[in-house]
Write a protein that binds this ligand. Structure first.
Ligand SMILES: [Zn+2]
Length: 102
């Protein structure tokens, strides 16, 4: 079992919108009353594609988190649109990165 994801996002205190990546102002209502919340890391694959690079093929997916925001990420084994996924932090050569498992 992986450790819980330390994924955080902002929530607008005025209109309740989830905001990610972090901004100084809510893109929906313009409020500057934004507070960080911790995400449970549970989401649904919105879209997925395979990038064929010189180093090999890898997955690039957009995942809608249950809290109401979207991230660009990698789904292990390739994303399937509509599938439920769970985020975790993985150690990569260039530092920690967020990945999702089915
Ligand atoms: Zn707002």
């Amino acid at each position: 079992m992986d450790a819980p994801t330390p994924l955080h996002f902002q929530r607008c205190s005025s209109c309740g919108s989830a905001v990610h990546p972090p901004r100084p102002m809510c893109p929906v209502c313009g409020s500057v009353a934004l507070a960080f919340e911790e995400s449970a890391g549970e989401g649904t694959v919105y879209s997925s594609s395979t990038v064929h690079a010189r180093e090999g093929a890898y997955d690039v997916s957009l995942v809608d988190l249950d809290e109401g925001y979207r991230v660009m990420t990698t789904v292990t084994g390739g994303g399937v649109i509509g599938a439920r996924v769970h985020g975790r932090v993985e150690d990569a050569d260039d530092g920690p990165r967020l990945v999702f498992d089915p």
